[in-house]
Structures are given as structure tokens and as C-alpha cells.
Design a protein around this ligand. Structure first.
Ligand SMILES: Cc1cc2nc3c(=O)[nH]c(=O)nc-3n(C[C@H](O)[C@H](O)[C@H](O)COP(=O)(O)OP(=O)(O)OC[C@H]3O[C@@H](n4cnc5c(N)ncnc54)[C@H](O)[C@@H]3O)c2cc1C
Length: 503
């Protein structure tokens, strides 16, 4: 059995850790923060819990893909999932019109066709393609045959808007179809259609929130990981990976602790991982430069609201509002017209009254907006930064109040975060929401594989496959297939399928 050091205790690190410790490997996870979990962390202020980076998950019914994987990871029955409203899990508001997204392909096609009857046939064809592309992935089918490689590759190279333009003529419908764009921080002419297909399919099948916060998932995974003999050390910030002329040998943290390894798996940003290597010749300069230059996804300004007790009925839908009218344009805001769009959600349901204790509003924010404070630490960034956050929070609330009069009266207090917060709590480059951004124009050069030229150094986490709960877990499965035969992983996941539940 091998000694494996994993860097980072977010979903990627915990999934790899759990899978490999269960196989009997000697696994240690090193986490820089005092609290583990990365984007699965919640925080508590004024007695209520706020979600930071894992708000909605999809395909988590018992027989659906994430549900099966969660059973394989032994976490399914240990975390409480709160289903969103089947009739309307997403609400997209564009040009003051409200579009509802119900669960299931047929229901969504019917709903959109009712509003856009001239496009009915095109809508059907478009969603048939979404389904085909999502199903083309080997992981999706839990099968190692790659017969649909052609479809996957083609739609990794074509942008979302190009495909939508091919199928749909109505300009409003084109915008509605990308109404949940913040879930993948899509950029026009860049983000691949395959990303759209996976995410649309994922949430269309079923959508949930974590009833006790996403930290319930990380807490459960850590407990299992430790039961399998894994060790997790927090406040251990990795700064160096010592190498000999062939391999990675020892991982070193800021406090001087040294961890010898047969294998190292880094789930942090690949550009950082490369900088930690003491032997530069092990990786080609072209590879280093390529990784360093990869674009990162957009960051967000988050407004965490504590509602007055019992004041707000708990909403089982997510609301995407676009004061700017176009989801594609939201990242092109100026100081005068921010925010051009935002996502609004409820959390911390009071189960006795079915009211929401908290809400979160997310709106894009570029790292450059907060760059002047990048040399500062959390809670010590100074009065000017606090004023910046307050100004943005108040403005965001003004915009919401204009559309929903009385909203301010429901609020007891609020807290905020910026891309700097995410940079400092998760180590993500530029505080981006989803790690490295996918760009069709970069082709294969835009992708990072789990294997490196260093035979015992692997990568995992949101940068190697895709972000989000499914993207990261699938990435971890790919990384762990270096240690566990992929056929076995797939067949074990499939074994949880319960035919008696199939309709
Ligand atoms: C605002 C926001 C909203 C989101 N909403 C959703 C959603 O609704 N649904 C969904 O599925 N996904 C969502 N995501 C995406 C999802 O949360 C992430 O893709 C996923 O959690 C990333 O997991 P990870 O393990 O790759 O990285 P992380 O969770 O970032 O974990 C990386 C870990 O590495 C640690 N680390 C970094 N550097 C070092 C170092 N030098 N030494 C030791 N440790 C280090 C970090 O502290 C961190 O704990 C959201 C993300 C954000 C930011």
C-alpha cells in the first residue's frame, strides 16, 4: 500500500482521500485553513448558517448519477437533501418577464414551447441535443467505452451561443436558455456547449440544496476518511514539493513540517502546484507556461442576508434576475451599471415555520475591482475595503428593492464577501468561482489532465475536469483510477442502481 499525500481538503481532496483510504492506502490530507472543506465550508454569523460555495446540486435522486456516486462514497444517507420545487426549480427574469424551469426535459420543453410556440420544434431539437451530448460522456453512462468520443469532442470545441444560434431564432428565447449562466460563469464565444449540456442535464433531472449546509457533506466525508485510517491536518499550508531527478518525494508546509510521499495528489490550482516543485526540469517549460497562462473563471460578490425571524417563506427555487437584460453581458459591467445580473437563493430553512433564515445573492465581480487590497488579510483589509463592500451591498439591495418593494424590510442584517475572500479561503486564483475557465479557442491546450510528466504527481479538483459537485467528484474518480481500476469503480457505482425504483 502506498503513502499518498493529498494537498487541499475541498471536495476534490476529500473524495480522493476517501476513495484511496478505503482501498487501504496510507493517506494524509494537508489543508492550509483552520477549517477543512474548501468551498464546502459554511460560516455562522448572528446565530445563522450561511452557505459559501455549494448552493445547489442536481441528479441526486437515489438512482440518478450523483445519487449513485454518493451511495458509492457512503455519504448518501448521511446528509439531508432538500429538494427544490419540481414545478419551478429555477426562475429566470429577463425584460421583467418571468420564465420558470420545471424539472424534466418534457416539462421544460412544454413550458418554453407554450411561451415561444413558433420555436416549439426547435426547442425540442435543441434539448434532444443537450441530452445527447450529456449522455455521450463515458462517466455519465458509467461505461468505459468511448464510442461517443466524436460528440464529446465536437461540443467541447463549439461555443454555447453558436449552438443556440443554430437551433433558435427568437432573441429572447436565446437569452432565456442561458438564464442560469452564473452556474458555469459562461462567456460568449468561449464556454463550450458540452459544459452547458452537462449542467443543464444535471439540474434538469433533479435539484436539491443541502438541508444542513454543504459542510454536512464535508463533515461526513472527513469522518469516513478518518474511520478508514486517513489523516487530515489543518493549518498546514503547502509551500514546497521536494523532488529528486525523477519524482516528487516530500511535501513541505510553512511551519516546516515534512511529509514523505510515494504519491502526491494536488487539488489546488495547477499553476500553484507547479511553483512548489523544487526540480524545475521535471516539467517542460512549455507545459509550465501553458498552465500559468490559462484563464480563470469570474469571481463573485456575495451578499449573505439574515432575514427577520419568520418573515420570509422558504423558496424552493433559485431566482436569476437580469436588470441588464442579457445573461451574456453580465461580466461586462461598469462601475455605473453593476450589477447586470444576480442569483438569489434561500438557505437555513426553519422547518417548524417553513421560513428561510438566510438568503444569498451572488453577482459577478472582477478581481481587478478588489485588486488594490490583494496584499491584505481577511478581517484586516482596512476601512476603504469595508466601505467598498458596504457600497456594493447597499447598491445591490437598492436594485432588488426596486424590483421587489419591501425586500429591505425583511432583512435583520447582512454580511458580504468578494473575490478576495475566496482567494484567501480556498486559494483559488483571482478568487474565481470555478477555477480554470474553459475556452473553446484554446482547444486541447485549454485542458489540464490529472496526470503530469512527474510519474507520482497527480492533479485533481475543479481544474482538471469540471467544477461543481459532479465535475469535481468525476475528476477525483479519474485521478483515483491511477490506483483503482476504473472498471471496478464504475461497476461498484452501478451496483447501487435499484431497478425496483425505476418507473
Ligand atoms: C460562490 C460559489 C458558488 C458555487 N455554487 C455551486 C453550486 O451551487 N453547485 C455546485 O455544484 N458547485 C458550486 N460551486 C463550485 C464548487 O463549490 C467547486 O467547484 C468545488 O467545491 C471545488 O472543490 P475543489 O476541491 O476543487 O476546490 P476547493 O473547494 O477550493 O478546495 C481546495 C482546498 O485546497 C486548500 N488549499 C489551497 N492552497 C493550499 C495550500 N497551499 N496548502 C494546503 N491547502 C491548500 C484550500 O484551502 C481549499 O480547502 C460554487 C463555487 C463558488 C465559489
Amino acid at each position: 500500500m502506498s503513502k499518498i499525500i493529498i494537498i487541499g481538503s475541498g471536495l476534490g481532496g476529500l473524495t480522493c482521500g476517501l476513495m484511496l483510504a478505503r482501498e487501504g492506502h496510507d493517506v494524509t490530507i494537508l489543508e492550509q485553513q483552520r477549517r477543512p472543506g474548501g468551498c464546502l465550508q459554511c460560516f455562522t454569523r448572528s446565530g445563522v448558517k450561511f452557505e459559501t460555495g455549494m448552493h445547489i446540486i442536481g441528479s441526486a435522486e437515489r438512482n440518478q448519477l450523483l445519487g449513485l456516486i454518493m451511495q458509492y462514497l457512503e455519504v448518501y444517507d448521511k446528509v439531508r437533501l432538500q429538494p427544490l420545487d419540481d414545478d419551478v426549480y429555477d426562475i429566470v427574469v429577463i425584460d421583467d418577464e418571468r420564465f420558470v424551469f420545471p424539472k424534466g426535459y418534457d416539462a421544460l420543453i412544454e413550458s418554453l414551447s407554450g411561451r415561444f410556440p413558433d420555436e416549439a420544434e426547435h426547442i425540442r431539437e435543441f434539448f434532444a441535443l443537450v441530452k445527447e451530448v450529456a449522455n455521450a460522456s463515458a462517466m455519465h453512462r458509467l461505461s468505459i467505452d468511448d464510442s461517443d468520443f466524436v460528440i464529446t469532442t465536437r461540443y467541447q470545441m463549439e461555443s454555447i451561443n453558436a449552438v443556440i444560434d443554430r437551433y433558435i431564432s427568437d432573441p429572447l428565447l436565446k437569452r432565456v436558455l442561458v438564464g442560469n449562466l452564473p452556474l458555469y460563469a459562461g462567456i460568449k464565444d468561449k464556454t463550450p456547449f458540452s459544459t452547458y449540456a452537462f449542467i443543464t442535464d444535471f439540474y434538469l433531472k433533479s435539484s436539491f440544496r443541502f438541508a444542513d449546509g454543504s459542510e454536512a457533506l464535508s463533515d461526513t466525508m472527513i469522518k469516513l476518511f478518518e474511520q478508514y485510517g486517513g489523516k487530515l491536518y489543518t493549518s498546514k499550508q503547502v509551500v514546497k514539493i521536494e523532488c529528486d531527478e525523477h519524482c516528487a518525494r516530500t511535501v513541505v508546509t510553512t511551519d516546516g513540517s515534512r511529509f514523505d510521499a510515494d504519491y502526491v495528489i494536488s487539488t489546488t490550482h495547477p499553476a500553484r502546484t507547479i511553483e512548489w516543485l523544487t526540480e524545475t526540469k521535471l516539467l517542460r517549460p512549455a507545459y509550465r507556461n501553458r498552465i500559468k497562462d490559462l484563464p480563470n473563471s469570474l469571481g463573485a460578490f456575495s451578499l449573505y442576508i439574515k432575514f427577520k425571524p419568520g418573515a420570509v417563506p422558504y423558496l424552493r427555487s433559485n431566482i436569476y434576475e437580469y436588470p441588464g437584460g442579457d445573461p451574456w453581458e453580465c461580466d461586462k459591467y461598469t462601475p455605473d451599471n453593476w450589477p447586470l445580473g444576480y442569483l438569489y437563493m434561500h438557505f437555513s430553512r426553519d422547518e417548524s415555520t417553513d421560513t428561510a433564515k438566510t438568503g444569498v445573492v451572488l453577482s459577478y465581480m472582477h478581481y481587478d475591482d478588489v485588486k488594490q487590497w490583494e496584499g491584505t488579510e481577511p478581517m484586516k483589509r482596512g476601512a476603504e475595503y469595508e466601505e467598498f463592500k458596504k457600497r456594493h451591498a447597499e447598491h445591490l439591495l437598492d436594485v432588488i428593492e426596486e424590483r421587489h418593494p419591501g425586500f429591505r424590510d425583511l432583512i435583520e442584517c447582512y454580511y458580504t464577501s468578494t473575490p478576495l475572500t475566496y482567494r484567501d479561503y480556498t486559494g483559488v486564483e483571482g478568487g474565481g468561482m470555478y477555477g480554470i475557465a474553459k475556452d473553446i479557442n484554446l482547444g486541447a491546450a485549454g485542458r489540464v489532465t490529472h496526470a503530469t510528466r512527474i510519474p507520482n504527481l497527480f492533479l485533481s479538483g475543479q481544474n482538471i475536469n469540471s467544477h461543481g459537485i459532479l465535475g469535481v467528484i468525476v475528476g477525483a474518480v479519474i485521478t483515483c483510477s491511477e490506483f483503482i481500476p476504473i472498471e471496478r469503480i464504475f461497476s461498484e457505482i452501478k451496483s447501487f442502481y435499484d431497478p425496483s425504483l425505476a418507473q
